[in-house]
Design a binder for this molecule. Structure first.
Ligand code: PLP
Length: 354
């Protein structure tokens, strides 16, 4: 158990317009901070949300030793506050930490910290349809030292942001560009870890795709440029004939999404054939030509389900389901959000009360 000191703000800020929240633009009154020094995590505290002070030599600025997580808190109709499978995020946080040499955090302590900061700022959880409180835990290397090595000191911080849906399009299908030049991850690399470094490496491809009118890129494997990995900040699923396919995690180049895992579990429960395997972009194109590529969708905490209406592969345009959301995508969205907002019974045991 952490002994969390709480210092409440004396000047609470104006809440944003909850009908026009956008995503990740507004932050709550408080934040959680815990330090790592002398070999232990220490001094857990909740303090007023504010800027933090770091040495310009802090290692995070030079060698990018940084990780993050993302999950949400929801207000149910009967006034409960709930989290969706937070233990999964915490397990993933520690797998990421191992990969980039950040010391692990005790999972019970991490969950306690998340619940504590959500409780302190619970008035900031929006209640209207489709909104939630996005929780962003992250860790940065703070030791002032120019030298490539793991930092000896860190900060673990949790900030909160009231959000609407991630894409301005909402549940409307997005256009995706299949990336044929840049790569995101390779076997043995950091693709499975949730780190800023993966994202900075993706910006250029993202910008080029935007210029062509596409909202995100679909990454192919880094070796053969043949097999599908994932989309920007989402995992990806394809409905081919009566089979649902998503790339397997074996290569370690894909971020193991909590939403991905949950969708696979629901599909299996519904008796729909759902397979994790390698899938080549040629197989997709052939399925498309046969008329069997019925649905494509991305999965992630921010958007939950994001239907894909168009894929562009080397100029070959594949229009999916007439640019409309498909039945499996819609059902997954309805059931996932139903459980998350407490409107459907949690028969999977996924909900954690705050
Ligand atoms: C966070 C993330 C996802 C989605 O993971 P969820 O746990 O479902 O939110 C997918 N891909 C990448 C690269 C990510 O960073």
């Amino acid at each position: 158990m952490l002994n969390i000191k709480i210092e409440k703000t004396t000047s609470p800020r104006q809440k944003p317009d909850y009908n026009n929240l956008g995503f990740g633009r507004h932050f709550t009154d408080h934040m959680f901070i815990m330090d790592y020094s002398d070999g232990t995590w220490n001094n857990p505290r909740i303090v007023p949300y504010n800027d933090i002070t770091l040495s310009p030599a802090a290692m995070v600025f030079h060698y990018g030793q940084e990780m993050f997580e993302g999950l949400k808190a929801y207000y149910t109709k009967d006034g409960n506050i709930q989290l969706f499978r937070p233990q999964k995020n915490i397990e993933r946080m520690n797998r990421t930490n191992d990969r980039i040499c950040i010391p692990r955090i005790n999972p019970d302590d991490a969950l306690q910290a998340i619940k504590a900061i959500v409780e302190v700022d619970k008035e900031w959880i929006p209640t209207s349809e489709g909104t939630s409180l996005y929780i962003r835990p992250f860790i940065i290397a703070t030791e002032p030292h120019l030298g490539v090595a793991p930092s000896k000191t860190y900060m673990f911080i949790i900030i909160l942001s009231p959000v609407a849906s991630y894409y301005a399009e909402g549940l409307n299908p997005v256009k995706i560009y299949i990336e044929n030049k840049y790569v995101r991850a390779v076997k043995g690399g950091t693709g499975f870890a949730k780190i800023g470094g993966n994202y900075v490496a993706s910006l250029k491809a993202q910008m080029d795709a935007k210029e062509l009118g596409y909202s995100q890129v679909l990454w192919l494997d880094g070796v053969e440029h043949k097999y599908v990995d994932e989309v920007g900040a989402m995992n990806v699923f394809f409905v081919i004939g009566d089979e649902v396919v998503t790339p397997s995690l074996d290569e370690g180049s894909i971020l193991p999404g909590v939403t991905r895992d949950s969708c696979l579990a629901l599909l299996k429960k519904w008796g729909i054939k759902a397979t994790e395997r390698r899938i080549s972009v040629d197989e997709l194109a052939q399925a498309y030509d046969r008329g069997e590529l019925k649905e494509v969708f991305g999965t992630g905490t921010a958007a939950v389900i994001s239907p894909v209406g168009e894929l562009n592969y080397n100029g070959k345009i594949m229009t999916i389901n007439d640019g409309k959301i498909g039945t499996i995508s819609q059902k997954l969205y309805d059931v996932m959000t139903g459980i998350q907002w407490g409107n459907l019974a949690d028969d999977m045991g996924w909900i954690e009360r705050v």
